[in-house]
Design a protein around this ligand. Structure first.
Ligand SMILES: [Mg+2]
Length: 131
């Protein structure tokens, strides 16, 4: 049985959180053993979840360093950029795990933080939830 979540315009942070929760028990470590001893990921501390997120951010940083340094030929550049995008996605996916482990919604956190920063910098731009 597959759980398919549409990733186009109907993708929401709530759907990401649900998909993340459902998928977590499917991960295995390099020895082929379950990566988590609890299906909801509560076996990892928040430090472990943020460490995983930082690891993905580091992968993105390393790729952007190599792109900037000129490691890739014109032919290879698009693939390197695609890999960088993959790492950005990994950061957000882990950010969702971090928020979920603390019982929070990543979407709600982003709305609150975006709007408080807008207030701080004197911007009228706000984000919100669709009805
Ligand atoms: Mg990655």
């Amino acid at each position: 049985v597959y759980h398919v979540f549409t990733l186009e315009t109907t993708m929401t942070f709530e759907k990401l959180a649900e998909a993340n929760r459902l998928r977590l028990s499917h991960f295995k470590n390099r020895q082929g053993l379950p990566a988590h001893s609890t299906p909801d990921g509560s076996d990892w501390t928040i430090a472990e979840w943020t460490n995983a997120m930082a690891g993905e951010c580091g992968e993105a940083c390393n790729l952007s360093k190599k792109i900037r340094r000129g490691d890739y030929s014109a032919k290879e550049l698009q693939e390197a950029i695609n890999k960088l995008m993959d790492e950005l996605a990994d950061v957000v996916i882990y950010a969702d795990h971090c928020a979920s482990q603390l019982g929070r919604s990543l979407g709600d956190i982003i709305v609150d933080k975006f709007n408080s920063k807008s207030e701080e910098v004197g911007s009228s731009v706000r984000v919100g939830h669709s009805a």
